[in-house]
Ligand binder design. Sequence first.
Ligand SMILES: Nc1ncnc2c1ncn2[C@@H]1O[C@H](COP(=O)(O)OP(=O)(O)OP(=O)(O)O)[C@@H](O)[C@H]1O
Ligand SMILES: [Mg+2]
Length: 275
Amino acid sequence: MRKIAVVNMKGGVGKTTTAVHIAAGLAARGKRVLLIDCDPQGNVGHLLRVRSPLTLEQLLLGEAQPSDVIVRGVREGMDVITLTPAAFSLEQRLAGATQRETVLSRRLRDTNGYDAVILDSSPAMSLLTYNALLYATEAVIPVGMDMMAIIGARQTLRGIAEVGELWPDRRLKLLTIIPTYVNSATNATKAALEALDRDPQMAPHLYRPGIRQCIDLNYATAQRSTIWEYAPRSRAAEDYTRFLDFVEKPGKEAKHETSEVRTLHGIQEKAQTAI
Ligand SMILES: Nc1ncnc2c1ncn2[C@@H]1O[C@H](COP(=O)(O)OP(=O)(O)OP(=O)(O)O)[C@@H](O)[C@H]1O
Ligand SMILES: [Mg+2]
């Protein structure tokens, strides 16, 4: 079972959009997928028009079982665990919990039967983000075409490396860094791509050509649909389809070799059980 967390400490870089499209794309390709919202903004539930009285919050607090919080059949092959703004104080409530960074991993330990679990995260290295990273085995970092997003991506890489140092038995690897809002006509995009190319830690992991800026993604979000549902002929639909090819078979499309997903800088790969 693949476990992919979509993370960047910078807000508004396309994390939710990317997480939803990885999940929906894999499901459309016949995989059994569980999408988990680890961001109290609750954007996943909003985007996919799904509500649940029991959310990740109750699961983490031990007040509900996975089967209580999983919303089944949100799309064919895709189940979802939502989160809502009610969980903004969750961090404080979990503060006293034993091994609070691995609560999610323990609560989902017996959740099997999926080919992939995809996790959306909030724009912060919060306790929920730690939980997502300690459950996941692969990380995807979307990065918007501005310097702040690149700084956010660097901070996120450091956060991931820190997770590897503090929990060396975890098998978290960087799957890819994916440029989003790419508009090659603008200087901002050129400067951002150049900066990413110059960065020795990020350049080898860059997925090219990334996801182009596409207003249809905004409209799709407003219509609470995926881009394939809303505008299947749009360039965003094309770009996310191509990205899904990469996610399914990393190495075929990446700019540099990734014949096997490479271990993140500073993280020792140890083939052994997660949690
Ligand atoms: N490539 C793109 N082109 C144009 N608009 C996009 C693109 N990707 C995402 N968007 C739009 O930008 C907005 C923010 O995207 P999204 O919610 O995915 O970002 P996020 O990183 O999850 O934000 P947050 O950090 O607040 O969780 C959404 O309205 C989305 O539809
Ligand atoms: Mg989001």
